[in-house]
Design a binder for this molecule. Structure first.
Ligand SMILES: *Cc1c(COP(=O)(O)O)cnc(C)c1O
Length: 398
């Protein structure tokens, strides 16, 4: 029996998501195993410390870490890991945060890693009461700069793995870990959007943080895996600032089910399905005037390809950003990946498709290209005006 459509019930638009696992769009399609587990958990009581202990075992098995804990998001995982590095298991210090009097409270981070994932990563560090010490520059960083930034007050080092991070001349995780380890500084890796659950810990991280709601397709949650002592101290923050970032029973049980499903997932079959969507789009776009498309690998090495569509505004009579805006409008909205719009590029991400969505994407793009081609005036919003309108719309909420 088909479920009644929740969008029409709430008066909301049903979108097609080809932008990726975006918080702004509800992250990912939660796997059935997690949905069932969440449903089964909601009517029950649990001794939460036992539930956390169980989760720690599952996380340890999947990541190779000594221990793990679940929090409400990767963002809070960063805050709580930083807090853990400052307070250890000192309960009085935990209750005093974000007042860090008497504690080591500086956190080093490469300047090129100070990204915004929807909020600034450095703010998640400051939220614990820590002070951010940027290393190097947006365009380059060196081991000697990291060495020079570490001092008496250094509590931790944060390393960000992300397509948003600067990609030129940056200190590698191996070098970063070696320098930090030589000074006894714990290394926290933000791997929120990465598939590799073992590699960062293996490369020297003391803590690795993953989002439960991105590739893992679980409920909104953060997984923090690492050295037992630090994980324990991060968990104890639930008696302090962690309380404001609480995850409930359903979140813990849901993300455990998603992790177990991930272990058994037929990754090859999923890639195959993604590939057939990409092929369909390539075929739909072939020969379209002003359009060239090619497959591109994920920039941080996740096993995922996307379609990069280059729009020539003169030949297509529309700019990439106007095309993206038109695709997102109307009653069959298609949300494309829009990080390279200014370079005339739209990307399509195939990892969050419902059955049949790939056809809607192909139809809508062809439809909008034909519409633009038939208009006598060029659809060329100046990029500065487009960006200003985008900025203005940030405040148009509630
Ligand atoms: C998505 C993301 C985050 C935030 O993850 P949440 O679990 O949504 O808080 C942090 N860092 C990076 C690199 C991300 O991609």
């Amino acid at each position: 029996m088909a479920e009644p459509d929740i969008h029409s019930e709430l008066g909301l638009r049903r979108i097609v998501n080809v932008s990726g696992t975006m918080t702004d769009l509800g992250a990912s399609i939660v796997v059935p195993q997690a949905r069932q587990a969440i449903g089964r958990s909601l009517g029950e009581f649990f001794e939460m410390s036992d539930l956390f202990r169980h989760a720690s075992g599952t996380i340890a098995r999947l990541t190779g870490a000594e221990a793990g804990f679940v929090t409400s998001s990767s963002a809070s995982g960063i805050t709580l890991s930083v807090a853990a590095a400052m307070t250890g298991s000192d309960l009085a210090a935990i209750e005093r945060l974000p007042d860090t009097s008497g504690l080591k409270d500086e956190v080093v981070i490469l300047a090129g890693h100070m990204i915004n994932f929807g909020a600034p990563v450095e703010q998640m560090i400051r939220l614990a009461g820590a002070k951010v010490v940027p290393v190097g520059h947006a365009t380059s960083s060196y081991a000697y700069q990291l060495q020079g930034a570490i001092g008496e007050r250094t509590a931790a080092a944060v390393y960000v793995v992300s397509h948003h991070a600067a990609r030129t001349e940056q200190v590698s995780l191996e070098t970063f870990s070696a320098v930090c380890r030589a000074h006894g500084v714990p290394i926290i890796v933000d791997a929120a959007s990465e598939y590799d659950l073992r590699g960062f810990l293996a490369a020297g991280a003391d803590v690795a943080i993953y989002s439960g709601h991105k590739f893992l397709s679980g409920p909104t949650s953060g997984i923090v895996a690492g050295r037992r002592e630090l994980i324990k101290a991060a968990y104890l923050q639930n008696r302090g600032i962690g309380r404001a970032m609480k995850i409930g029973k359903e979140g813990i049980i849901g993300v455990m089910a998603a992790l177990e499903a991930w272990e058994k997932r037929d990754h090859a079959a999923i890639r195959q399905r993604e590939r057939s969507a990409l092929d369909l789009w390539l075929e739909a776009l072939s020969g379209k005037v002003g359009i060239s498309a090619r497959l591109i690998p994920d920039p941080t090495g996740n096993p995922l390809d996307r379609l990069e569509i280059h729009v020539d505004p003169e030949l297509a009579n529309i700019t990439a950003w106007d095309l993206a805006a038109r695709l997102a409008s109307g009653d069959r909205p298609v949300m494309v990946r829009d990080m390279e719009l200014e370079h005339g590029i739209i990307e399509l991400d195939p990892c969050n498709l419902h059955e049949g969505d790939e056809l809607i994407v192909a139809e809508r793009i062809v439809e909008e290209l034909m519409r633009a081609a038939s208009e006598s005036d060029p659809v060329h919003t100046p990029i500065a005006a487009f960006r200003q309108a985008q900025e203005k719309s940030i405040a148009d909420c509630l």
